[in-house]
Design a protein around this ligand. Structure first.
Ligand code: NDX
Length: 254
């Protein structure tokens, strides 16, 4: 497998995701969907949230499943295959469960297009690396990096799914108003769903010990960390009774 690995596209892809993360921090503008739509792109052409999230996330899932089909078929799956299954599990949730249940407001078409490109790129990068480039020693399954990373991934995914659920319960179907989220990690931070997702991708990066996974974890940290900060600022402005002890992303700290 490793003989077919082309290092330059992997390096270029990883560098692109890392650079996008840095760009997000450099501009520090809110991404103009959800709470931050109207202030930034009024009158934008948009699609229903369910359709938009489904179309946007599907490529990551489909591309990763395509690479999974290229993995060696043996009784004991190599670590690369298991890691790709974790990636597929996340995008199965995001594409077929989150997207179809969301009660979010319409999503701007121009950002949807960028989101699709992003998700294709990330699916190809992670899938290609794990299929053709990754070489794990036999004892990788007992390596602390693998076990701790998978633990973080599952913990983060649990926090993310639970927090997504809390946000969904804040609205009745058809409503588009905002309420103060309560419960779970929202007790401590405004961006509990983002904190879960960041922990998840850091866990994935530790478990796969690879540049592409590190680059995606870095992007997620920059993009979702900043989004948590913008959400926190939005809540403080909108709700006079917003809990004073609640932080943006990291409990008790930030
Ligand atoms: N999709 C990842 N940038 C993004 C789409 C947009 O999966 O060009 C990154 C992803 C893309 C972005 C993606 C990449 C960067 C792009 C950007 C568009 C522009 C940007 C391409 C691909 C770009 C440069 C120029 C730098 C290159 O009405 P509503 O929608 O607000 O309702 C919300 C509701 N809600 C509430 N309801 C009632 N009361 C309240 N107080 C509420 N607060 C929220 O909950 C939603 O229905 C729902 C969740 O909203 P929100 O805003 O908390 O989360 P959201 O940002 O929508 O993310 C949803 C989930 C979440 O679990 C998050 O962790 C995950 O998706 N996610 C999201 C974005 C990226 C990502 C994960 C990742 O990088 N890993």
């Amino acid at each position: 497998m490793a003989a077919r690995c082309l290092q330059s596209p992997v390096l270029a892809g990883s560098a692109t995701f890392a650079a996008l993360g840095a760009l997000v921090l450099y501009y520090a503008e809110p991404s103009a969907y959800g709470k931050h739509t109207e202030s930034l792109i009024p009158m934008a052409i948009s699609l229903p949230a369910r359709t938009a999230w489904f179309l946007q996330e599907l490529p990551s899932f489909a591309v990763a499943v395509g690479f999974l089909a290229l993995q060696p078929h043996s009784l004991f799956a190599p670590p690369g295959t298991v890691l790709l299954c974790l990636f597929c599990a996340h995008y199965f949730y995001r594409t077929f469960i989150y997207s179809l249940l969301t009660r979010g407001r319409p999503f701007p078409a121009v950002l949807l297009f960028r989101g699709i490109v992003f998700c294709i790129g990330n699916g190809v990068l992670q899938g290609y690396y794990l299929t053709y480039c990754a070489e794990y020693p036999e004892e990788w399954y007992t390596d602390i990096r693998f076990s701790f990373g998978v633990f973080l991934f599952i913990l983060g995914m649990g926090i993310n799914i639970h927090s997504d659920w809390i946000l969904r319960q804040l609205r009745k179907p058809g409503e588009v108003i905002y309420r103060i989220p309560e419960g779970g990690l929202f007790t401590y931070v405004s961006g509990a769903n983002f904190l879960g997702e960041i922990i998840e991708w850091i866990g994935y990066a530790v478990a796969s010990w690879s540049l592409p996974a590190l680059a995606f974890a870095f992007f997620s940290l920059c993009f979702l960390g900043l989004r948590a900060f913008h959400h926190h600022r939005f809540y403080l402005k909108m709700f006079e009774d917003y809990p004073k002890s609640r932080k943006a992303l990291i409990p008790f700290i930030f």
